[in-house]
Design a protein around this ligand. Sequence first.
Ligand code: MEZ
Length: 487
Amino acid sequence: MDIHALQQIVHQTRDARRKQTIPKFSPADRDQLIHKYHPDYRASAYRPIRFGPNANDKTVVELAALLEGDSSIPENLDLTPQYTTDVLVVGGGGAGCAAALHAHANGARVMLATKLRLGDSNSVMAQGGMQISVAPEDSPVTHFLDTLKGGHMQNDHELLKVMVEEGPSIAKWLIELGVLFDRQADGNLHVKKGGGSSKPRLLTCSDYTGLEIMRVLKDEVLNQKIQLLEFCAAVELLSDDNGQCSGAIFKDLDNQRHVIVAAKSVILATGGIGRLHIQGFPTSNHYGATGDGLCLSYRMGAQLDHIDTFQYHPSGAVYPEQLIGALVTEGIRSEGGHLVNAKGERFVNELDTRDVVSSSIIRECEEGRGIRTMSGRVGVWLDTPLLDAEHGPGTVEKHFPAMMMQFERFGIDISKDPVLIYPTLHYQNGGVKIDANSETNVKNLFVAGEASGGLHGRNRLMGNSLLDLMVFGKRSGLTAAARAVSM
Ligand code: MEZ
């Protein structure tokens, strides 16, 4: 059957679904579901990741080889620095820009180096929003508790407390810089509800929140004339005689030459590992997300935290083929979009935590209630036209213009046709262990954003990543600058 014939079931079952009771999971059912179907836990694939010679699981070996592989640096490389700076920021996404701007504002000489172009990152692709407790009925405490519950109580309490408490000041900073968050008719900030959150807390810029934030941050990095090194990949960190971090070696991707940068502090803001397609999954990540920060820090002796857990976002596109794995924002489910199996039924509360929703989708597909495309891929429907049906024509277009455009390029109108989705590798829950100022156990080595770990426990809530990278980007920048100027 072609995809259009299969889509009819979504249109035909809408009335029945409105009256359907959605299955509820007890805590024990949730645990059982996740342990059976979530890729992190599946008996066949999951082993707690250990590095070193005893690693025998495929994923473990691949990660270990990446982390412990031989250095690519020739032994006779001349380490005389071509550049010297106070604070070297590696990574040009949200965490890197925030770190560079705050270090610069705190009086340090800053260089920002990135292996692609300034701004190329997962941050720029973030769609659904940023969690900050700004609504009168909300508070940082409620944000803390929601996040802790979502993370299976394994979150680092100190990092989490810092993040939720500093959220409102981050919103203020971004607005002052020029970020145009959505507002209500009375001018107050508009907040939306996201999966796993008990209160509406998502600040959004339509469905291109990350793009808008990065527009402003990139402009500001350029306005402040922060020194930039683009298309240079960090390949090793440098340390001084005391084992403290003192710079980095880059490979210039244009001419393949090495570039040596000496710095009083290094901030790694290189993002996650999603592009390595852990467990063979498609990914929502950009091309640069290859775990660079994880490897560089680990090779320098930094501790890792929760590195065996990844987030599989419930809704990655399955059709058309050109979009496989691309993010279909959770914002659509927040606005009421249903997940629908081949029998035309809802099977999970769409706003449950991502690990539960992803596990439910995998279960539906494995138990024969998924929808198979002609090329043999399987998924479930996300009923996007429901939003127009419930809230009036033009709703999808108004709230999800970027998503509309993404599918329109392939002749699909998501206000009329549902979208076929399946979990996609989205986020590295764990990473390099940091303290409240974003510093690792290696002195003068800071890690901020997705490359760091601990804050989100075993499952991140929607919108907590954008806040994480702003808060710890800022803290790393301020601390590294203060230390550099006092040296
Ligand atoms: O935080 C995220 O991962 C997010 C907001 C994604 C999305 O579905 O839009």
